[in-house]
Ligand binder design. Structure first.
Ligand code: HEC
Ligand code: HEC
Ligand code: HEC
Ligand code: HEC
Ligand code: HEC
Length: 445
């Protein structure tokens, strides 16, 4: 009896999967012609279109670092080792879904101006009717192109298309279909929606859309009535204003007045006030967030303070040093015995807030598809506070008088050594200031 039920259930799933393919099964099941170009939507939805052209969504296939990682690492890896071919095809399931569904893999280079350049277009998102399965991940959205555009509101009338209210568009899982990713080894290499789901914002029913598509008064189409309209800027890690003040920093010493041969301990508090998921999130294999603390004495001499180790497992990956890593880039680059490049490329002794990804040799990797395990998760969770301490035995040459301590938190979207090696434009690795704090003590002889 049970077996029959299970078989029956399996049949329904199979039938559904056949008529409404999703995820890897959607490869080559559609054609470009079934989807309209963003310029068609532009004629009426001008403001939304202009926002979208400025967002990362419209550049997900064409942006320099995406092109470099895809064409220099992922595609060659799939050619050398056919086991990775589905992986390199799969990049397109999120970065240029129309190309994936049209079976146009590997798509032409961005410079060729093909329809793959539409990246995550209006039609990609507004033909999504739902998703298949339990967790939303690995582009398991269901795309139903046609005259109907799915949207957040009921009963809207358009001269160009029919509209249908779809609650799924207002949910975090909708974003999760592309913002969660499991690699061929069963490792969650991207888990923004899963991080959100276990945090305070899910509990308070604040989905991604509230922070990344805030609503403002306006007209969603030229001929529409005024109302609250979801903005389409999707600002995130590429927006210095979005990253600014994500973490609030406060710092205090254990004594204000210190004798010249004493030791001072600084206590630095880091509160994640802004993100709905961990910080950093998303492409965690690339991202590096670090805290740099310095002291300056009354004569302007400056001292760099290394963080106090806490002694947890895997901590060595959260304190900057001069090790090399990322040697597995040598495989797709065709370099035998490639030693790798600097693991951190930030001042030694600085605390790093990250989760390392390891390859089959236990070396850190930025090739998320090649990841076999994840290291300690020392990122800062939503509304979490982390405390770091800095023990500073006053150096012999320090001058009496006022000593000022300055803590700066920086964020780079890509480890600078990797960016330099792969010739990714510097803007992708330039440190962005997240926040700073200062405090001072008085030294007397
Ligand atoms: C000829 C004008 C016109 C064109 C072209 C057009 N739309 Fe619309 N669209 C409208 C109007 C008008 C509305 C209703 C707006 C309102 O009343 O708030 C609308 C509403 C929508 C909605 C909201 C539906 C809802 O339920 O909330 C979506 C989504 C949408 N359009 C997507 C698109 C997409 C995608 C394209 C391009 C493929 C497109 N539209 C092209 C005029 C147009
Ligand atoms: C069809 C897949 C897809 C869906 C659905 C999707 N995204 Fe994205 N999103 C992407 C891709 C791919 C990128 C990376 C763009 C790039 O290459 O930098 C991205 C980038 C972003 C960024 C910019 C991050 C940065 O580094 O600056 C934000 C923010 C974002 N998405 C939020 C959302 C939200 C919120 C939703 C749901 C309303 C959503 N996304 C739905 C694929 C998707
Ligand atoms: C990454 C997916 C994504 C992309 C790309 C995208 N949209 Fe949307 N759009 C959404 C979501 C999600 C909502 C609903 C947000 C909400 O209400 O919380 C929405 C809402 C809308 C609405 C209704 C606005 C309102 O609040 O009444 C219109 C119209 C619309 N989109 C048109 C477009 C057009 C035109 C483009 C391309 C220029 C586009 N969208 C690109 C996901 C997307
Ligand atoms: C409470 C507000 C809030 C909510 C809710 C939220 N985010 Fe964010 N998100 C932010 C802020 C602030 C940043 C900028 C800091 C950063 O880059 O991590 C950000 C960054 C991002 C980034 C870039 C991350 C990185 O470090 O590269 C992505 C991608 C993203 N969000 C997607 C999502 C998705 C998907 C959801 C829902 C599952 C979501 N966000 C929910 C506030 C929010
Ligand atoms: C399940 C969906 C998904 C798949 C599959 C996927 N990506 Fe992404 N990718 C994203 C999202 C979402 C982001 C944005 C995350 C963020 O901003 O932190 C992203 C970010 C990136 C970035 C960083 C962009 C930037 O400007 O910082 C690169 C490079 C990239 N992906 C390349 C690839 C390659 C190469 C593959 C295939 C091996 C791939 N992606 C597979 C969804 C996906």
């Amino acid at each position: 009896m049970y077996l029959r039920l299970i078989l029956f259930a399996a049949c329904i799933v199979a039938v559904n999967a056949q008529s409404l393919p999703s995820g890897e099964h959607a490869l080559g099941t559609k054609s470009y012609d079934q989807y309209e170009k963003p310029e068609v939507c532009q004629s009426c939805h001008l403001d939304i279109y202009m926002q979208w052209t400025q967002s990362m969504m419209s550049q997900a296939y064409t942006h320099h670092w995406d092109e470099i990682e895809y064409f220099n690492l992922a595609v060659p890896h799939g050619e050398i080792d056919p086991a990775y071919k589905p992986v390199s095809d799969g990049c397109n399931g999120c970065h240029t879904p129309l190309a994936f569904m049209a079976g146009d893999v590997t798509p032409p280079r961005p410079s060729e101006g093909s329809r793959a350049n539409e990246s995550v277009s209006c039609e990609v998102c507004h033909t999504i009717s739902g998703y298949a399965g339990g967790d939303a991940y690995n582009f398991n959205y269901i795309s139903e192109p046609g005259r109907t555009k799915y949207g957040p509101k009921p009963g809207l009338v358009s001269p160009h298309h029919t509209t249908e209210e779809n609650d799924f568009m207002k949910q975090a899982q909708y974003c999760g279909t592309c913002h969660n990713e499991m690699n061929p080894y069963g490792i969650w290499v991207k888990s923004t929606q899963l991080e959100w789901a276990e945090g305070p914002y899910a509990e308070q029913k604040v989905p991604c859309q509230q922070c990344h598509m805030p609503k403002a008064m306006g007209r969603s189409a030229k001929m529409a009535d005024e109302g609250m309209v979801a903005q389409h800027l999707f600002h995130g890690a590429h927006d210095p204003g979005k990253v600014a003040s994500v973490i609030e920093i406060r710092m205090h010493p254990d004594a204000r007045e210190v004798e010249i041969d004493e030791t001072v301990t600084l206590n630095v508090q880091l509160f994640n006030a802004k993100t709905g998921h961990k910080f950093p999130s998303g492409s965690v294999e690339d991202r590096i967030v670090w805290l740099d603390v310095r002291a300056t004495d009354s004569e302007g001499k400056s001292y760099h303070l290394p963080v106090d180790p806490k002694g947890f497992e895997g901590e060595e990956y959260t304190i900057a040093n001069s090790d090399l890593a990322y040697s597995d880039m040598g495989i797709p680059l065709g370099l035998k015995d490639f030693p790798g490049v600097a693991r951190d490329a930030v001042p030694s002794g600085d605390r790093i807030f990250r989760m390392p990804y390891f390859d089959d040799k236990g070396v850190m990797t930025i090739m998320q598809w090649h990841t076999r395990s994840l290291g300690v998760d020392y990122r800062i969770g939503p509304r979490e506070t982390k405390i770091e301490t800095y023990t500073f035995p006053l150096p012999e040459d320090i001058s009496p008088g006022k000593v000022t301590f300055e803590a700066n938190m920086y964020y780079s979207r890509l480890v600078a050594s990797v960016a330099e090696y792969l010739e990714v434009p510097a803007e992708e690795s330039e440190p962005m200031l997240v926040n700073s704090a200062t405090t001072s003590i008085e030294i007397y002889e």
